[in-house]
Design a protein around this ligand. Structure first.
Ligand SMILES: C[S@@+](CC[C@H](N)C(=O)[O-])C[C@H]1O[C@@H](n2cnc3c(N)ncnc32)[C@H](O)[C@@H]1O
Length: 116
């Protein structure tokens, strides 16, 4: 994903880069960005408060933090609507007992998605 991002920004001639790092300890200075965000990322990590502290730390005072996340898949109605419609219209998924490729304990931080 990061390699693809870097290839795209290079092709576009943009002055930016993607790097891999642990969101609990970002290798970035304080107050570095006007806008920061997480797309379905912070919701999956073990220490969400620490990840959120790091996002805030690297965001300039007065900047914006955008978070896109959902909680427990078992309680995510839109996901179940999507899956039920997929099963209805996709012949390959008919008759399978599994209703979701995602499973979760009661804790959102222990959510996992499988490939089977
Ligand atoms: C559901 S994916 C979302 C990826 C991307 N934001 C998107 O929407 O396509 C969650 C991502 O979080 C990354 N991730 C998991 N633990 C992480 C951590 N401790 N620090 C940084 N990234 C992490 C995973 O490698 C994965 O790429």
């Amino acid at each position: 994903m990061i390699e693809h991002f870097n290839a795209c920004v290079t092709a576009e001639g943009l002055d930016t880069e993607g790097r891999v790092m642990d969101c609990h300890a970002l290798d970035l200075p304080d107050d570095a960005f006007d806008v920061t965000g997480s797309l379905f990322g912070v919701m999956l990590v073990p220490d969400q408060p620490q990840a959120l502290r790091e996002i805030v730390r690297v965001t300039k005072p007065g900047g914006r933090v955008l978070l896109i996340a959902y909680g427990n898949p078992a309680e995510f109605e839109a996901l179940h609507v999507f899956i039920s419609q997929h099963r209805r219209w996709s012949p390959s998924s008919r008759g399978r007992r599994r209703t979701s490729r995602c499973s979760s304990s009661r804790s959102p931080t222990r959510t996992s998605c499988g490939s089977g």
